[in-house]
Ligand binder design. Structure first.
Ligand code: ATP
Ligand code: MG
Length: 457
C-alpha cells in the first residue's frame, strides 16, 4: 500500500501541521506581548530615574549633591552622567568602565530615550537638558537591558523546549490514534472483499464502538438488505414469468406432437389439438402483454392526464359488459357530484377492466356486481367494485396484490388468469398517488376499494 497517500499519514501530517502552526502563533504572540510589556516597564523606570536626577541637578548646587542623593534617585544597575552644554562629561556615578561610551545629544527640552547596543549588550540611554541656576548642560541615565533580555531569552528557550515536546507528544498520540482510527476501515475493507467473493447474503458483522463507523456499517447492512430483497424479487419475478410461460409452451408442444403422430389421419385429434394450441398461444400473448405493462409502469413515467368523468366512464364500461355478459346484473350507486378527475383515460379504463374482469371471473353463481362512487368529507374520490362471489380467504387478502399470486392457482389458471391483474392495477393507481385495497368475506363477497386523493387546485 502506498503509505504516502494513506488516510493515516494524511491525518498524521495534518495534525502535526495544525499543532505546530497553533503553537507557533500562540507562543510568538505570548512572547511578543510580554516583551512589549516589559520594555514599557524599562522605559518607565529609566524616565523616572531621569526625572529624579534632573530635578536633583536643577535645584541643587553640583558640589552639594552627595552620592547618597544620586543613589536614591537611581534604580538597580542604572548609571547617571552629567555633561556640560558642549557635551563634555563632568561627572559619572557609579563609575563603571563598561558603561563608558559616547553620547550624542540633541538640543531638546524634552527628555530623549534611545536604545543602544554596545558589544552585544543593550542599553536604554535617557538624556535631558538642564537649564537652571545651578546647572547648564545635560544629564543622562544609562539603563542596562540585560534583565529584560534574559527574561525574553528564557521565554524563547522554554517555548522552544515545550514546543518540541508538545509536537513530539502530539505526533506520537496522533500516530497511535490514526492506527486506531483506520483499523475499522481496514477490517471493513476485508469484509467487503469477502462479500464481493461470497455474495449478497454476507453482512458486515464488526462492531467498532465508534459512532461514525458503526453508523456506516449499519447503513451498509441496511442497503445490502434492500439490495438483496430487490434482487430476490427480480429473481422471483423472472422465475415466475418463465414458469408461467413454460406451461402453455409445454401444452402446445404436446399437442403439436399429437398432431404430428395421429393428427394427419385423425381430424378429431387435429381439431382439438389445434384449438387448445391456439388458446394457449392467446394466453402467452396476454401474459407477454401484461408483463410488458408491468415493467412499463415501473418507472412511474409521467403521462399527461386527461380530465375523466369517472361516473360516465364506469357507465360506458358497464354497458359494454352488459352486452357481453347478459346473464350478469350490474348495478351502480353513483355520487350526485359531477366527478371529474385528472387521470389518463387509458389508465383508468385499464384499472376498471382488471377489477371488473376479476369480479366477473370470481362471481359465477350470484352474478351480481355493484359499482359505487363517492366523494368523502376530505374531498378524496372513492370507487368501490363489489361482487357476491367466492371471496378471498382473510390471510390471503394482502397477498393477492403480489405478482403471479392466485388464491386457487389451478382454478384461476383454467379461467386464463396469470395473477398479474391486481399488481398492474395497484401500480397504475400509485402513479396518481391512489390507494387500492380489498375487503372480502370468504364465500360471500369481495369489494375492491380505490381511493384517489383530492385534486389540488
Ligand atoms: P389476471 O388478472 O392476470 O388475468 P388473476 O385474475 O388470477 O389473473 P389478479 O387479478 O391479480 O390475477 O388477482 C389475483 C388473485 O386474487 C386471483 O387469482 C384471485 O384468487 C383473487 N381475486 C382477485 N379478485 C377477486 C375477486 N373479486 N373475488 C375473489 N377472488 C379474487
Ligand atoms: Mg385478474
Amino acid at each position: 500500500m502506498n503509505t504516502n497517500k494513506s488516510l493515516r499519514s494524511q491525518w498524521l501530517k495534518l495534525s502535526i501541521l495544525i499543532i505546530t502552526i497553533t503553537y507557533l502563533l500562540f507562543s510568538s504572540l505570548l512572547i511578543y506581548a510580554t516583551s512589549v510589556y516589559l520594555k514599557d516597564q524599562e522605559y518607565r523606570s529609566v524616565s523616572r530615574a531621569l526625572d529624579d536626577v534632573s530635578t536633583l541637578y536643577a535645584n541643587q548646587a553640583f558640589n552639594t549633591i552627595t552620592e547618597r542623593d544620586i543613589y536614591s534617585s537611581l534604580i538597580d544597575n542604572q548609571q547617571m552622567a552629567l555633561y556640560t552644554l558642549s557635551g563634555e562629561e563632568v561627572y559619572r556615578w557609579p563609575a563603571r568602565s563598561e558603561l563608558y561610551f559616547e553620547l550624542d545629544f540633541q538640543q531638546s527640552d524634552n527628555p530623549l530615550i534611545n536604545e543602544k547596543s554596545i558589544e552585544g549588550d543593550d542599553y536604554l540611554v535617557a538624556s535631558q537638558m538642564i537649564q537652571s541656576d545651578f546647572w547648564h548642560g545635560y544629564v543622562a541615565v544609562i539603563h542596562p537591558l540585560n534583565e529584560y533580555n534574559t527574561i525574553i531569552r528564557m521565554m524563547l528557550f522554554i517555548a522552544t523546549i515545550i514546543g518540541f515536546l508538545s509536537i513530539t507528544f502530539t505526533s506520537v498520540i496522533s500516530y497511535f490514534f490514526s492506527i486506531q482510527m483506520v483499523k475499522p476501515i481496514g477490517r471493513f475493507t476485508n469484509q467487503l472483499k469477502k462479500i464481493e467473493n461470497q455474495g449478497f447474503a454476507e453482512r458486515l458483522e464488526l462492531k467498532t464502538n465508534i459512532v461514525e463507523t458503526d453508523y456506516m456499517i449499519e447503513s451498509f447492512n441496511n442497503m445490502m438488505d434492500a439490495l438483496e430483497e430487490s434482487y430476490n424479487q427480480q429473481k422471483q419475478f423472472v422465475e415466475d414469468a418463465s414458469h408461467e410461460l413454460r406451461t402453455p409452451l409445454q401444452i402446445i408442444q404436446g399437442h403439436l406432437q399429437l398432431i404430428n403422430r395421429w393428427g394427419r389421419n385423425n381430424p378429431e385429434v387435429l381439431d382439438e389439438s389445434l384449438g387448445i394450441s391456439i388458446d394457449e398461444l392467446k394466453r402467452i400473448n396476454r401474459l407477454v402483454e401484461e408483463l410488458l405493462l408491468l415493467t412499463k409502469n415501473e418507472g412511474s413515467e409521467y403521462v399527461q392526464p386527461d380530465l375523466v368523468n369517472i361516473n360516465d366512464e364506469i357507465e360506458s364500461r358497464l354497458s359494454s359488459l352488459r352486452k357481453v355478459h347478459p346473464d350478469y346484473m350490474f348495478t351502480t350507486d353513483f355520487t350526485k357530484a359531477n366527478l371529474m378527475y385528472p387521470i389518463n383515460n387509458y389508465h383508468f379504463e385499464q384499472m376498471l377492466i382488471i377489477f371488473l374482469d376479476n369480479a366477473i371471473k370470481f362471481d359465477k353463481e350470484n352474478k351480481h356486481i355493484t359499482v359505487s362512487t363517492e366523494v368523502d368529507n376530505k374531498g378524496d374520490v372513492l370507487i368501490e367494485i363489489s361482487d357476491s362471489g367466492i371471496g378471498i380467504p382473510k390471510d390471503e387478502i394482502d397477498q393477492v396484490f403480489n405478482r403471479f399470486y392466485r388464491v386457487d392457482k389451478s382454478r384461476s389458471r383454467q379461467q386464463g388468469g396469470n395473477g398479474l391483474g391486481l399488481s398492474i392495477a395497484k401500480k397504475v393507481a400509485e402513479l396518481y398517488r391512489g390507494q387500492v385495497w380489498i375487503s372480502s368475506v370468504e364465500g360471500q363477497s369481495t369489494t375492491v376499494h380505490i381511493k384517489f386523493p383530492k385534486v389540488q387546485k
